[in-house]
Design a protein around this ligand. Structure first.
Ligand code: PBG
Length: 322
């Protein structure tokens, strides 16, 4: 106890501080999300996500040729005319995601390609699955998600990332992948995904807002910690190779709780609204962007994430000289 014990001794200078830093960021901590659209030679800016773009597949090849992080996470943004009740264009083997995967693999076969498997960008109502009256039909949706996963696996995706929050989606996808000869494809489940107001900018980017109601009958309520933990543990039992907590910053307690209950790797998704808050605060001169971002990412890593999905991934690598 003070005055015998002086904790500041270990913080006296930069060399001393470096020796106790436990959670240092590296390029390997990050996954870069990318939005893919149809057509050619497109790089569309997204108003609510400064610095993030929707690319056509050909342009995506240029982007990934310079990527430093080990993995990208792809989101398809189909044309409005291709959307229907059941999101059928998600099953097109010549659709935007299969095209994007081959474009990426042709320039960067070493890059790990993760694909988001969810129907919200492909349905004309914007919900994450097939409807039954005015709610999403869990079991009908599983069939489509499993088919979509197989389409992505055939096109060369390395990891399938289901984000629809349907019960049994990991088991359904695992079975479908195995039945089709893809037992070596991994599943990164969006296992603990909250109904969050921090997805706003993403929905503009992916054009995936629900046109009625919200997602609270399938995504988690932010005030129920028990269900949030159970969701991840169930996905582990169903055969997930990775778990996920999403969003990240407002849910670090949930991340750390799940960390203590599983040995699987966990990804944390620093979502669009979290990115936008930092970007806009920095633009307004309210915070030092670089320092605030490093602090945020270190906190996510400290809470137990093995990988952080963030729109900042490449900027961080530039800042840190990776
Ligand atoms: C698809 C999906 C969403 C996000 C990732 N996958 C949106 C949603 O659930 O509405 C959000 C990502 C972000 O905000 O950056 N279901």
């Amino acid at each position: 106890m003070y005055p015998e014990r002086r904790l500041r001794r270990n913080r006296l200078n930069s060399a001393m501080r470096r020796m106790t830093e436990t959670f240092k960021l590296s390029a390997d901590d990050f996954i870069l999300p990318l939005f893919v659209t149809s057509g050619q030679n497109k790089k569309e800016s997204i108003e609510t996500l400064p610095g993030v773009y929707r690319y056509s597949s050909d342009k995506l090849a240029d982007v990934v040729s310079k990527v430093t992080v080990p993995a990208v996470l792809l989101f398809g943004v189909p044309d409005e005319g291709r959307k229907d009740e059941s999101g059928s264009s998600a099953l097109d083997s010549a659709g935007i995601i299969p095209m994007a995967i081959s474009a990426i693999k042709s320039v960067r076969p070493d890059l790990c390609v993760i694909t988001d498997v969810c129907l919200c960008a492909y349905t004309n109502h914007g919900h994450c699955g097939v409807l039954n009256e005015n709610d999403v039909d869990n079991d009908k949706t599983l069939v489509v998600l499993a088919d979509m996963a197989v389409v992505h696996a055939k096109a060369g995706a390395d990891i399938i990332a289901p984000s629809a929050m349907m019960d049994g989606q990991v088991a359904a996808i695992r079975d479908a992948l195995d039945d089709n000869g893809f037992n070596n494809k991994a599943i990164m489940s969006y296992s603990t995904k909250f109904a969050s107001s921090f997805y706003g900018p993403f929905r503009e980017a992916a054009k995936s807002s629900p046109d009625f109601g919200d997602r609270s009958s399938y995504q988690l309520g932010f005030s129920d910690k028990a269900q949030a933990v159970i969701e991840s543990l169930e996905d582990e039992k169903e055969g997930a190779d990775w778990l996920m907590v999403k969003p990240a910053v407002a849910y670090l307690d949930v991340l750390s709780e799940i960390r203590s209950k599983t040995l699987l790797p966990i990804a944390a998704y620093h979502v669009s609204g979290e990115y936008a808050m930092l970007k806009y605060a920095a633009k307004a001169g309210v915070i030092d962007e670089r320092k605030a971002v490093i602090e945020t990412m270190t906190a996510i890593k400290r809470s137990g994430a093995n990988a952080i999905i963030t729109y900042y991934a490449e900027e961080i690598c530039q800042w840190l000289g990776f």
